[in-house]
Design a protein around this ligand. Sequence first.
Ligand SMILES: Cc1cc2nc3c(=O)[nH]c(=O)nc-3n(C[C@H](O)[C@H](O)[C@H](O)COP(=O)(O)OP(=O)(O)OC[C@H]3O[C@@H](n4cnc5c(N)ncnc54)[C@H](O)[C@@H]3O)c2cc1C
Length: 292
Amino acid sequence: MLLPKFDFHEPKTVNEACQILAEYGAKARILAGGTDLMVNMKKKILSPQQLVSISRIPELKNLEASADHIRIGACFTVADLCESDAIQRHLSALAEGAKNLGTPLIRNLATIGGNIGSARPAADLPPPLMAYGAQAVLSSLSGERTVPLDQFFLGPGFTAMKPDEILTEIQVPALPASSGAGYINIGVRKAQDCNLVNVASFIALDAGGIIQNARIVMGCVGPIPLRARSAEKILIGQKPDTALFTRAGAAAGSDSTPIDDFRGTAAYKKDMVGVLTRRTLDIAFHKATHRQ
Ligand SMILES: Cc1cc2nc3c(=O)[nH]c(=O)nc-3n(C[C@H](O)[C@H](O)[C@H](O)COP(=O)(O)OP(=O)(O)OC[C@H]3O[C@@H](n4cnc5c(N)ncnc54)[C@H](O)[C@@H]3O)c2cc1C
């Protein structure tokens, strides 16, 4: 399969990239690792006339951990996420998502920005990032704006990004004390296959061990990664235990809106949402009570 014809741009700064995007608008497309875009171009699903490679912009590859935030550059690769001490220590659920994404070859090329930018409902990184309360930082010639990932995904392949904007970094707020998150995905096969269901859960406990805040995010069971709002309501204000997590799992299953497809029936996926929610809450609780 041949690629359609395109002009290739290789800016060295974000500003230069923004100028190219401002000039060509919807005719241009950003190229990061290319593991999603190249496949779509070969299949002729997308045929951008202008490709803007951002892999030579050094500032997009940074990772910074401060007292307030962890800031991850859009071109930080999935392999980098797997290997980063800071990610494993502070954002272990994101590290887990990264470890489960594709194969070593894919992980070496694939970027965090591309995983978010492709807006696939089954992607591995959006659920843990949303569970941690992450925000996307978008830049254009008009300036910078921040969009919570909760509001970023609009549908399969569609996001709140405008054609002249570039996703420059993901900001994750520093975790409160006594908080933690878990992530689990299941697929029909182990590698190289789309997830069947994936869930990330986050909980924060108060000084008395009561759940103060909870976020549960489910992938593959709707057009975008979905928050399990009724499950979160069940958790907040309660003391964590297995019975509570099982009730939250059942509520998350009801919050999900899967469809029957060749990977599994909607009923099976709802059941799996329940199981993965309970298990990721167990992990989150363990992390919240064992963090140093
Ligand atoms: C064999 C195979 C296995 C895979 N397995 C998995 C898997 O297990 N889990 C999973 O989640 N995904 C999987 N993928 C999909 C893909 O590898 C990931 O989504 C990857 O993270 C995409 O990143 P990328 O840098 O390659 O993005 P690209 O392909 O470069 O870009 C993807 C999209 O995002 C846009 N984009 C990229 N960066 C930016 C930016 N900074 N600002 C604005 N827009 C941007 C591009 O314009 C494009 O529309 C797989 C793909 C293949 C081919």
